[in-house]
Design a protein around this ligand. Structure first.
Ligand SMILES: [Cu+2]
Length: 138
């Protein structure tokens, strides 16, 4: 009798913790922004939505496992990219065509750049030249 009660409590604890994990895993920092913008576009009820939030967007690019994620990203002119270094190694965002660089970024450091002009902008990491990324500005 006692054993079955303890076992039952044990099961409930596992189930609760499993549910808790699923809930906390769902929001991803990089997906959140994308999902928000997708829900904004088909919304024809624009009366309550300020016009500014439609036009200004910041998209995340993670520097993870010696790669940019996503390595190619499309934004609109006036949008910004927000790079976050998730690696313990240092990384640097370098746009050779624009003589722009983030300087070396340690883990947790971020760099943001606003792209005003349409075009395709390739970049790389100065420390790891095989780390390459592309920003397409429409
Ligand atoms: Cu690097």
């Amino acid at each position: 009798m006692k054993k079955s009660v303890i076992f039952g409590l044990f099961l409930i604890t596992i189930l609760l913790s499993a549910c808790g994990n699923q809930v906390s895993q769902q929001p991803s920092s990089s997906n959140e922004i994308g999902e928000e913008t997708e829900t904004f576009i088909p919304d024809t009820n624009q009366q309550s939505v300020p016009i500014i939030t439609e036009d200004i967007q910041i998209k995340n690019v993670e520097m993870k496992n010696f790669a940019f994620d996503p390595d190619e990203i499309t934004i609109k002119a006036g949008d910004s990219i927000f790079w976050v270094n998730e690696d313990s190694a240092k990384h640097e965002v370098v746009f050779s065509s624009m003589s722009i660089n983030s300087r070396l970024m340690s883990k947790g450091e971020t760099y943001q750049y606003k792209f005003d002009n349409p075009g395709t902008y390739e970049y790389y990491c100065s420390v790891h030249p095989s780390m390459k990324g592309k920003v397409v500005v429409e």
